[in-house]
Design a protein around this ligand. Structure first.
Ligand SMILES: NC(=O)c1ccc[n+]([C@@H]2O[C@H](COP(=O)([O-])OP(=O)(O)OC[C@H]3O[C@@H](n4cnc5c(N)ncnc54)[C@H](OP(=O)(O)O)[C@@H]3O)[C@@H](O)[C@H]2O)c1
Length: 273
């Protein structure tokens, strides 16, 4: 039976994905910070505490997970962190916090697991990116940057690992409901006195609406669990509503300026006169 390690399994898409993978019969080890003190069997597999921003925590997770079921056949990286705010107003700590979880948190886990997979003769690495890994949306600049960085890293990784029979897949979800509000912070630099506040509030309302009416995370979880059984995995798998998929197409075919105008109008960045 194949072994899967999954991060960010305590909430949102990671939780639903871990549940679907466990239900599909994989030997699953799931990690999250809030699993501290809750180690053991569960509907997301064997829970272990994991902080992907802390080297000692990642080392301990890998050591314990290895001793449980041996080398992972699949690594699924869902841990994520979002700070909403203006590009001007983000504090350095906020930008670094987002990059540390969403980008370095994934690269650090990948670097720990790759030698094991190479020795084992192959494996699959599944990284949760986002539609924001392909296009950027207002007041999600740090998050979009972290996901764009991940996409660039994974394109190189995919080519480098192919000779070792290791496949890399980027999951690009559109808006899904069920994510935890605890993981969505508003930047300290976009408060009441910010020049961007009114625009931010309008954009935030659109994002809230889109997330609230987002797709079913359980369906995404099942799609990803099914994907793992494929002999050949795609490099990119966008799981989104038709209109969000259309936005990716528009991003490809429109000029940068025209697409920016489209996004600005969709999110109501400017006040209507
Ligand atoms: N929800 C969506 O609509 C959507 C859309 C596109 C992409 N995504 C991507 O899908 C993934 C999941 O997002 P979500 O919104 O569904 O989840 P979420 O509800 O925001 O939950 C975030 C998860 O990441 C874990 N996490 C955060 N920081 C961590 C750290 N330092 N170390 C280990 N785990 C950490 C959290 O667990 P603990 O706090 O217990 O550590 C939690 O399980 C993310 O990569 C996100 O970018 C989501």
């Amino acid at each position: 039976m194949a072994v899967v390690w999954i991060t960010g399994a305590s909430s949102g898409l990671g939780l639903y994905t871990a549940r679907a993978i466990q239900a599909a019969g994989y030997k699953t080890v799931s990690g999250a910070r809030s699993f501290e003190g809750k180690e053991g069997e569960s509907d997301t597999g064997y829970r272990l505490p994991l902080d992907v921003t802390k080297p000692e925590s990642m080392d301990a997770f890998c050591e314990k997970a290895l001793s449980l079921y041996g080398t992972p056949d699949v690594l699924v990286l869902c841990a994520g962190y979002l700070v909403w705010g203006s590009c001007e107003g983000y504090t350095e700590d906020e930008i670094k916090g987002v990059m540390n979880t969403n980008f370095f948190g994934q690269t650090s886990m990948i670097q720990r697991v790759l030698p094991l997979m190479r020795e084992n003769g192959g494996g699959k690495i599944v990284c949760y990116s986002s539609i924001n890994g392909v296009l950027s949306t207002p007041f999600q600049g740090a998050y979009s940057a972290s996901k764009h960085a991940l996409e660039g890293y994974c394109e190189a990784l995919c080519v480098e690992c192919e000779p070792f029979n290791i496949q890399v897949t980027l999951i690009e979800p559109g808006d899904h409901s069920g994510g935890g509000q605890a993981y969505r912070h508003i930047s300290r630099g976009t408060g009441a006195d910010s020049a961007y506040k009114a625009s931010f509030d309008r954009v935030h309302a659109v994002i809230d609406h889109d997330e609230g009416n987002g797709s079913d995370p359980a369906v995404l979880g099942r799609k990803v669990a099914k994907l793992l059984s494929r002999k050949k995995m795609p490099l990119r798998k966008c799981i989104a509503s038709p209109d969000q998929k259309l936005s990716i197409l528009l991003h490809k075919v429109m000029t940068g300026r025209a697409f920016a105008g489209f996004i600005s109008s969709y999110y109501k960045v400017r006040e209507k006169k």
